[in-house]
Design a protein around this ligand. Structure first.
Ligand code: ADP
Ligand code: ZN
Length: 727
C-alpha cells in the first residue's frame, strides 16, 4: 500500500500506547511497512507505517512524518508474527515492536564512523579507570566499539579514553558502518556421519528442501552428535539461499560453538545477544534485513530480527528454562520459534537430550517429527549412575561430601582424571543464622534470606541482587559472634574439598565469581586442558561444555530440586541430573555419576538412575493429564504487585470475584495467594492462577476479564501465559 505526500495514515510507535497514531505521509510519499521517524510532542520517535489512519482527530492538526528511514521496510510476515505473538502473550503491539527494533541508530545514514580498537602495549601510567577501559575492550573480543559505548561499559568518562588514545594504547580507526558478514562456504564437507546421524540429517535436509513449515524434535544424549546433525541442516538451508538461525541458551559461553561453525563453514556466523556491542548489534540487524548475514547465532531475542528469508530455526537445549523471558514481554522463545517458522514456511529443529514434556508430548502425538540419536559418538559411553544413600553414610555436621564420594574421588585423583562436584547453589551458605536468638538474616526489600558469598565477603539477596556486609553482631538481638552459616553453597563445598584433598587443584565455576564472560570462558578453557583436578560448579557447568578429562560426577544434593511444589519440579530435576551426569566420560574413558540422596526410592531418583527415560516421561505425562495440567490443559498466571499490600489484595479479590468472562469459556480462577516470594524489591506480590481446557480460547477471555478492573496507579499487573515458574 502506497501513501502519497500529505495522505493520512497510521503509524505504530514503540511508545507505550495501545493504538497507532495518525500522521501525514511525507514529501515523496511512503509505503506500508516503512520505518519512519515521527514527531511526538517535543520528541522524535521511531515507528512503522502500519495502515490507514484511525481518524477521529481534527485533520488540520495531524502532523507529517518527519522522514522515512534508510532501512528495508518491515515485511508482511514480521507484521503477522508480531501481531500473533502479541495476541498470544497479551502484549500490546508497541511492546512487540520494541522487541523487533532493538538496534541503536536504525535511522543513521550509512557511511564511515570512528571506532576504537586495542593498540600495542600499555601506557606508562595505569590508573583504575584506565584498567577498566582496557578490560572492557578485551571483553568485547576486539570487536570495534564506539567511544561512547566503551566509556559506558567501563564506567568512565570519555576523557579517560581520550587519554588512552593519546598514549597509543587504543587506536582510533575509520570504519565503514554495517559491512556484510563473511560468506559461509556450504560446499565444504562436514564430518562423515554415523548411520543414525546420517538418517537424522537426511530427514532434516529433505524437510528443508520442501521449503514448508515443520517442527522436529532431535533427541539424543549429550555427545551423540546433535550439533553435527543440525549443522548439516544449516548447510542445506544456506545452500538454498535462505537464512538460518540457531538459538542457544547460554550464549555468552558459545565460544566453542562459534569455533565449530568456523571449522565447518570457514567463517563465523553473525552473533546476537547481550554481550555484543551496540555497533555490532546495529550491523547484525541491518545485515539480516538486507541479506548480508546468512547465519545468525543468538539468544532468544534473535527471533525478532528482520530476516529476509528465514528457512531454519534450531532451538538447542530446547528444554532450557532461559528460553522463557520472565520480565517485560513474557514469551517462550521455543514456542515463538514455532510460530515464526509457521508464518515464513521454515523448519524448526528442537534439540535436546532431555526434552521438555510439552515437546515430548507433541512428538508422541505426531504434531512434531522425532529423530533419535541413540548412542554417543565414538567409544564414549554414558556414565554409570548410582545413588549414595546418605542415611547410611557417616556425615559429621557441616560436611556434605560423603565417605563414599570421597573414596571415589580419591581413586580418580590417583588416575589423573577430573571430578565434578555439582551443587546448584551459588555462594557459601544459603542461610546465616543467629545461634543466640534464631534470627535469619533477610533482605530488606524482599521476603528472601540473604546468601553468604565468602569470596566477596558479603551477603547477597538472590532475588534483587542487593548486598550487605556480613555483620559482627546479630541485627535482631545484638549478640556478638553468634552468627553462623547454615547449609552449603558451592564455595563451602570447595572449602570442604580443599580440606579433604589438600593436594588437588580445585576450581569453582559459578556465574557470580567471574567479572566478565571473557574471564569465565578463559577459566573453562584452562579446565578443559586439565588445569584442575576437582571442579565445583552450579548449573553453569551442566550446559554444553566438554571436559574430556572428566570421569566422575558427584551430585552433592540430588534431592534439592524435588522440594517445593512446582509443577515442573520432577521434570527439571530429571533433566538437570541427566545433563550433569552427561558431563562425565565424554572421551574414551568411561564415566561414573554418583547421586547423594536421602530418598533413593523416590520415583524421580529411581528413573534417573535406571536411565529409563521413556518410562519417566510416560509416567509424568499421565500424571499431568489426570490433573488437567499443561501440556494437556492450559494455565495462565496473573501477578499483581504494589508497594501497598492492601491494594494488591483488594485488586486481587476484585478480579477473583469478577470472573464472568472466564466462566463463560469454562476456565477457573484460583487465588489470590501471596506469590512464593511475597515481596521483591519492596513490592508485595500476589498471584492468581487461571486453568482451562486445552482447546479453550483463553486469551480473549483473559483480556476481557482484566480490563474490567481499574488499576491503582502504583499497581502492576502481568499476565503470564503458559507460566514456567511460579514465583
Ligand atoms: P551433542 O550436540 O549431541 O552434544 P556433538 O555434536 O557436540 O553432540 O558431538 C559430540 C562430539 O562428538 C563433538 O566433539 C563432535 O565433534 C564429535 N562428533 C559427533 N559426531 C561426529 C562424527 N560423525 N564424526 C566426527 N566427530 C563427531
Ligand atoms: Zn532482595
Amino acid at each position: 500500500m502506497r501513501f502519497e505526500a500529505g495522505e493520512l495514515l497510521g503509524v505504530l510507535t514503540t511508545q507505550p500506547l495501545d493504538r497507532t497514531l495518525d500522521y501525514r505521509a511525507p514529501e515523496g510519499g511512503c509505503s506500508l511497512g516503512d520505518f519512519v521517524e515521527v514527531p511526538l510532542g517535543p520528541r522524535r520517535v521511531v515507528g512503522v507505517v502500519w495502515g490507514r489512519a484511525a481518524g477521529g482527530w481534527d485533520p488540520a492538526k495531524v502532523r507529517a512524518i518527519h522522514r522515512v528511514l534508510d532501512v528495508p521496510p518491515m515485511r508482511e510476515e514480521m507484521v503477522e508474527f508480531l501481531t500473533r505473538a502479541g495476541a498470544y502473550t497479551l502484549t500490546p503491539l508497541s511492546a512487540m515492536l520494541r522487541l523487533a527494533t532493538r538496534a541503536p541508530g536504525l535511522g543513521d545514514a550509512p557511511g564511515m564512523r570512528k571506532v576504537l580498537v586495542r593498540g600495542h602495549g600499555e601506557p606508562a601510567r595505569m590508573t583504575d579507570a584506565r584498567t577498566a577501559v582496557m578490560d572492557a575492550l578485551v571483553d568485547y573480543d576486539d570487536a570495534p566499539v564506539t567511544q561512547a559505548e566503551l566509556a559506558q561499559a567501563a564506567g568512565v568518562t570519555p576523557s579517560v579514553i581520550k587519554g588512552l588514545v593519546k598514549a597509543g594504547a587504543i587506536l582510533e580507526q575509520d570504519s565503514p558502518r554495517d559491512l556484510p558478514y563473511a560468506p559461509l562456504d556450504v560446499t565444504r564437507a562436514g564430518k562423515p556421519l554415523t548411520a543414525d546421524q546420517e538418517v537424522a540429517s537426511g530427514t532434516l535436509i529433505h524437510a528443508i528442501e520442501a521449503q514448508a513449515y515443520g517442527t522436529t524434535l532431535l533427541k539424543g544424549v549429550t555427545g551423540s552428535g546433535k550439533t553435527e546433525v543440525y549443522l548439516e541442516a544449516v548447510a542445506a538451508c544456506l545452500a538454498q539461499g535462505r537464512q538460518a538461525l540457531v538459538l542457544l541458551p547460554e550464549i555468552a559461553l558459545s565460544a566453542e560453538f562459534l569455533a565449530r561453525v568456523e571449522a565447518r563453514f570457514g567463517a563465523r556466523p553473525a552473533e546476537w545477544h547481550s554481550g555484543v556491542t551496540m555497533t555490532e548489534r546495529r550491523r547484525c540487524w541491518r545485515m539480516v534485513a538486507e541479506g548480508g548475514a546468512q547465519f545468525v547465532v543468538g539468544a532468544r531475542s534473535a527471533l525478532f530480527l528482520p530476516f529476509r528469508d528465514l528457512g531454519l530455526i534450531v532451538v538447542d537445549e530446547e528444554h532450557d528454562t532461559s528460553y522463557k523471558q520472565e520480565d517485560g514481554v513474557l514469551y517462550n522463545a521455543r514456542d515463538m520459534a514455532v510460530l515464526r517458522a509457521s508464518i515464513c514456511s521454515a523448519q524448526v529443529v528442537l534439540a535436546s537430550a532431555t526434552p521438555s514434556l510439552e515437546t515430548w508430548v507433541n512428538a508422541e502425538q505426531g504434531k512434531y517429527g522425532k529423530l533419535t540419536l541413540t548412542s554417543r559418538f565414538g567409544d564414549a559411553e554414558l556414565p554409570e549412575m548410582r545413588a549414595i544413600d546418605l542415611r547410611g553414610q557417616d556425615m559429621p555436621a557441616n560436611q556434605w561430601l560423603s565417605p563414599a564420594l570421597r573414596a571415589a574421588t580419591s581413586a580418580r585423583l590417583k588416575a589423573g582424571e577430573q571430578t565434578l562436584f555439582f551443587l546448584n547453589r551459588r555462594g557459601y551458605a544459603p542461610v546465616t543464622l543467629c545461634r543466640a536468638c534464631g534470627h535469619q538474616i533477610g533482605c530488606d526489600d524482599c521476603d528472601a534470606r540473604m546468601v553468604e558469598h565468602r569470596f566477596q565477603k558479603r551477603l547477597m539477596c538472590h532475588q534483587c541482587g542487593a548486598t550487605k556486609a556480613i555483620p559482627d553482631k546479630c541485627p535482631s538481638c545484638a549478640a556478638e559472634g553468634k552468627l553462623a552459616p547454615v547449609g552449603p553453597g558451592v564455595e563451602r563445598v570447595a572449602e570442604e574439598a580443599a580440606a579433604a584433598f589438600p593436594d588437588a587443584r580445585i576450581a569453582v565455576l559459578s556465574s557470580d565469581l567471574f567479572g566478565s564472560a571473557r574471564a569465565l570462558k578463559a577459566q573453562i578453557a584452562e579446565i578443559t586442558e586439565g588445569a584442575a583436578d576437582i571442579i565445583i560448579g552450579t548449573q553453569l557447568v551442566a550446559k554444553g561444555h566438554n571436559f574430556p578429562l572428566l570421569t566422575l560426577v558427584g551430585v552433592v544434593d540430588a534431592d534439592l530440586g524435588l522440594q517445593g511444589s512446582d509443577l515442573r519440579a520432577a521434570e527439571r530435576t530429571f533433566q538437570l541430573m541427566r545433563q550433569v551426569a552427561g558431563r562425565a566420560g565424554r572421551a574414551e574413558k568411561p564415566g561414573e555419576a554418583l547421586l547423594q540422596t536421602f530418598q533413593p526410592e523416590h520415583p524421580v531418583i529411581r528413573s534417573i538412575l535406571s536411565g529409563d527415560e521413556e518410562a519417566f516421561w510416560t509416567a509424568e505425562a499421565r500424571e499431568r493429564q489426570a490433573a488437567g495440567m499443561p501440556p494437556f490443559g492450559r494455565l495462565a498466571g496473573i501477578i499483581l504487585s504494589s508497594p501497598d499490600l492492601q491494594a494488591v489484595f483488594d485488586v486481587g479479590n476484585a478480579l477473583a470475584r469478577a470472573d464472568g468472562p472466564l466462566q463463560a469459556v469454562g476456565a477457573q480462577v484460583y487465588g489470590p495467594a501471596p506469590a512464593p516470594i511475597a515481596r521483591v524489591r519492596g513490592r508485595h506480590r500476589i498471584r492468581l492462577l487461571v486453568k482451562a481446557a486445552k482447546t479453550t480460547p483463553l486469551q480473549p477471555a483473559l483480556a476481557k476479564w482484566v480490563a474490567q478492573i481499574k488499576l491503582p496507579r502504583d499497581l502492576r499487573l502481568a499476565v503470564d501465559i503458559d507460566p514456567q515458574s511460579f514465583f
